[in-house]
Design a protein around this ligand. Structure first.
Ligand code: FAD
Ligand code: MLT
Ligand code: ZN
Length: 470
């Protein structure tokens, strides 16, 4: 064992250090199997004190550190390079809920807490932790903060950034910044926590956080509407927002091709309608009601009825039970896994102003199809936030691997259209290693320079997740 690893072992003990290839394997490849690394070791500290001890050694020895939570990130941000010199620092052993304060509506968590565990802990205290995403059974709160994850309830509750009140961070020097405040008002200078949110582990290691809680709604009502086009989906969004305001907690859209993929790869799922609405879009909307199930049902039915009367809804169905609500969400949340089972595709996580969504889709679809006839567009996403997962899959008769080699240029078409509509080429997944170069085309020189200055100020030795983001 190298001298560095011997010192790290003295801090984390045998339970906190993995050096054999088989043991390290799950930490060396990303969820999409696009990025594989070869770490010097996987280090699994059990406390903030241990993280700080490890980082001090890394700073002294100039050893690069790549933080990893649940390894569900989609941009390769949590994977080391293949030099065999970087350590992967995994927070999986830091899963303690340190405190819940139902009066202050806050929960204090260690970074390795899994999102679903946090939701359950909040519910146990009669509160809602609203962050919700398809990978919530594995993704950690540290990963959510570091990617500023979005998910399916942003429309009402905001991104992870909007849910964070305080933070504890081990800095690149090994010092611990103790900022675990549960305050909704604190204007005492720069709000440091925001530097670490969305930094993808390039500025420090988040070890704990104070997050906001909300009252549990009395009822969650979900419905699916078939609409003819993204434009009609946006008109339905306008109706839903006008009628329901803040009770509208989810507004997702997916194409009939996305639905077909889920039905093909998840045998337990079934189509929402008997009629096949080929070439249409589906909207999944959710209303959370603070009064009662009956009042929520009236609200969602009223939205859908106005949609039908206005001619924007072709057909609609409302869930009659919690099981049906979950079955509807399964159609939406299994799209990522279904498209992975279908084979590799070009993924784009983009946002444009909601008012431009329909025009963006029409223009980009036409250009992409002209450039590569026969491609299958896997377009879905968080419509209420203007966030689309605009993914492009190989034509039926082309092998996905060959398509990925030949069609990488399509990303330029998609991203240039995003820029034309004043959008972002990473709405919620971050840059990681996947978009580190691509972002240079779309961010101004001034913005990139400011980012480099922040990085140099907080990580002067360049040991925190090098090669990611910037
Ligand atoms: P990891 O993948 O382990 O790491 C992500 C990044 O954060 C890396 O750069 C890593 O170095 C850094 N990091 C991790 N922990 C820390 C820490 N404690 N301190 C500092 N840096 C750290 N994302 C969305 O935004 N919305 C969605 O709807 C969504 N749905 C998904 C559905 C599926 C099926 C999958 C596979 C992924 C989905 N994602 C989604 C992406 C992913 O789940 C999120 O990015 C999530 O926040 C990552 O959490 P993680 O713990 O897995 O982080
Ligand atoms: C989702 O919304 O399902 C995710 O962000 C995952 C994806 O983009 O595939
Ligand atoms: Zn998403």
């Amino acid at each position: 064992m190298s001298a560095v690893l011997e010192r790290i072992a003295a801090v984390v003990g045998a339970a906190g250090l993995i050096t054999d290839e088989a043991g390290m394997a799950p930490y060396t490849i990303d969820w999409r199997k696009r990025y594989a690394g070869r770490p010097l070791a996987v280090v699994r500290p059990a406390s903030t004190r241990e993280v700080a001890g490890v980082i001090r050694i890394c700073a002294e020895t100039r050893t690069a550190v790549v933080p990893q939570g649940g390894n569900t990130g989609l941009q390769g941000g949590g994977i080391t390079d293949s030099s065999g010199t970087q350590i992967a620092l995994c927070t999986a052993r830091m899963r303690r809920v340190r405190a819940i304060d139902p009066i202050n509506n806050t929960i204090t968590l260690e970074a390795g807490c899994v999102l679903a565990q946090v939701q359950r802990a909040a519910e146990g205290a009669g509160r809602l932790f609203p962050l919700s995403l398809g990978a919530e059974g594995s993704a950690t709160i540290g990963g959510n903060l570091s990617t500023n994850a979005g998910g399916t309830a942003v429309l009402r509750y905001g991104n992870t950034r909007d849910l964070a009140l305080g933070m504890e961070v081990v800095l690149a020097s090994g010092e611990v910044w103790e900022g675990l405040r549960g305050l909704r008002k604190d204007n005492t200078g720069y709000d440091l926590k925001h530097l670490f949110i969305g930094a993808e582990g390039t500025l420090g290691i988040i070890t704990a956080a104070v997050m906001k809680l909300y009252p549990l709604p009395a009822a969650r009502l979900a419905g699916i509407a078939a609409v003819d086009s993204p434009g009609d989906a946006i008109r339905l969004l306008e109706i839903a927002q006008r009628q329901s305001g803040d009770s509208l907690t989810g507004f997702e859209m997916f194409s009939d091709f996305c639905l077909a993929l889920v039905l093909k790869h998840f045998p337990g799922t079934s189509a929402p309608f008997r009629t096949c609405y080929a070439r249409s879009q589906y909207v999944l909307l959710e209303i959370s009601d603070s009064r009662s199930e009956a009042s929520g049902r009236t609200a969602i039915e009223s939205v859908l009825t106005e949609g039908v009367v206005a001619g924007v809804v072709l057909d609609a169905v409302v869930a009659q039970s919690l099981a049906q609500v979950q079955a509807m969400w399964a159609l939406r949340e299994n799209i990522t896994e279904a498209q992975a089972r279908e084979g590799q595709n070009l993924k784009h996580d983009v946002s444009v102003p909601v008012s431009c969504i329909a025009e963006f889709i029409a223009a980009t679809d036409a250009e992409v199809r002209r450039a590569y006839p026969g491609v299958r567009l896997v377009t879905f996403g968080h419509l209420g936030d203007g966030n689309l997962h605009y993914n492009v899959a190989a034509p039926q008769e082309v092998a996905p691997e060959a398509f990925m080699r030949e069609a990488a240029g399509l990303t330029r078409i998609v991203h240039d259209n995003v820029a034309r509509f004043n959008g972002s080429i990473s709405a919620e997944h971050g840059l990681g290693q996947a978009k580190r170069e691509e972002i240079r085309r779309y961010k101004s020189a001034l913005e990139l320079d400011l980012m480099r200055k922040v990085k140099a100020a907080l990580d002067p030795l360049g040991i925190m997740n090098p090669g990611k983001v910037i």
